[in-house]
Design a protein around this ligand. Structure first.
Ligand code: IPE
Ligand code: IPE
Ligand code: MG
Length: 240
């Protein structure tokens, strides 16, 4: 049973398996991404219901540009459809949307819809929904190092002032950006056992839960099972 008093504050999900789901059904990969979007919507709603404060989803990695142009275009089209059709509900549910990643490079219409969503949900105080888009953990650390380097160069920061907190605040999840704590729980679907460049810094002490279910088939029940698994873990943080 889920213990409502011990819910993770921040859950991060690697939504994997859309392509294999489509293949199993003899459908084009984009049909898998479409089904995956519907799952994402359900999981956003369910996170809100469970009282989770931060939900981060890995929607598109810095490596996913290697895929075919048709698939990449399809993914961004679906994203536009999602944000446009969900905006009202996100606002009604007091959800605040943020993006982790440099979305300046994504197709123009996707960028516009996204910016509208960010703007119109900016002051909401309910669930914070972080969409990792054109996100890579190494790219994120590189950007932070560079921003810190610039501060050192202009004299506003001394090298000896570079603490873990200073690095953390320059990441996409940091105080200067989305302002989210490290995730207590990282879930990956589809049976793959790796992080694929997701939240490398932030997941240092996250509990990892892997589900064999392909993302389009992931359900609120599976989600609760993953949280139960998290609640059964003994988190030690190196302390004993
Ligand atoms: C995850 O599903 C979604 C994205 C990476 C955008 P995949 O498209 O990676 O699905 P599989 O891993 O090929 O099944
Ligand atoms: C990770 O999945 C990226 C997203 C879920 C957006 P991938 O399918 O791209 O990762 P690999 O290729 O299996 O490592
Ligand atoms: Mg995959």
């Amino acid at each position: 049973m889920l213990d409502k008093n011990r819910m993770p504050r921040h859950v991060a999900i690697i939504m994997d398996g859309n392509g294999r789901w489509a293949k199993k059904k003899n459908l084009p990969r984009v049909a898998g991404h479409n089904a995956g979007m519907k799952t994402m919507k359900k999981i956003v709603d369910h996170s809100d219901k469970l009282g989770i404060k931060y939900l981060t989803v890995y929607a598109f990695s810095t490596e996913n540009w290697k895929r075919s142009a048709a698939e990449v275009t399809g993914i961004f089209k679906l994203l536009v459809t999602y944000v446009n059709s969900e905006l009202k509900e996100l606002i009604d549910n007091n959800v605040k949307v943020t993006v982790l990643g440099d979305y300046s490079q994504i197709p123009q219409d996707a960028k516009k819809s996204l910016e509208k969503t960010l703007r119109e949900t900016r002051d909401n105080t309910g669930l914070q929904f972080n969409i990792a888009l054109n996100y890579g953990g190494r790219d994120e650390i590189r950007r932070a190092v560079r921003a810190i380097g610039e501060k050192v160069r202009d004299g506003s920061l001394l090298p000896e002032e570079i603490t873990e907190d200073v690095i953390g605040e320059h990441l996409f999840t940091g105080r200067l950006h989305a302002d989210a704590p490290d995730p207590e729980l990282v879930i990956r679907t589809s049976g793959e056992l790796r992080l694929s460049n997701f939240l490398l810094w932030q997941s240092a002490y996250s509990e990892l839960v892997f589900s064999n279910v392909l993302w389009p088939d992931f359900s609120p029940e599976e989600y609760e099972k993953a949280i139960e698994e998290y609640q059964s873990r003994d988190r030690r943080f190196g302390g004993r």
